[in-house]
Design a protein around this ligand. Sequence first.
Ligand SMILES: [Zn+2]
Length: 119
Amino acid sequence: MAEPAPHGTPRRYRHGPCHCDLCRAAHAAAARQRRRDKAYGRYRPDVDAEPVRRHVRKLREAGLPLPQIAALADLNRSTVSTLLHGRPPQGVPPTRKMRAVNADKLLAIRAEQWIGAAS
Ligand SMILES: [Zn+2]
């Protein structure tokens, strides 16, 4: 059910795990970027997913469908689904830590965006 991340992504390198040329290059690029960000004081470690999960639950209660939430945040549907429910078939618990940028994107969504779009 859960599809592995595509080749050429740091995720696939870590969780595939796949160490093909594409995945190795992506992993190396991500490590370089992290070093650069740290050097410039822009590095943001992963954040607690709980407040984000609460926010997304409120959006759901306001009537936003999960695919719509994912689209508004420009995230994979599975990222949002895993945040809420984990991946029970794989025994994966709901997300505990998430990328700060992804948290920002989800927290920026307002229920009114959807109501506005529907009218
Ligand atoms: Zn690969």
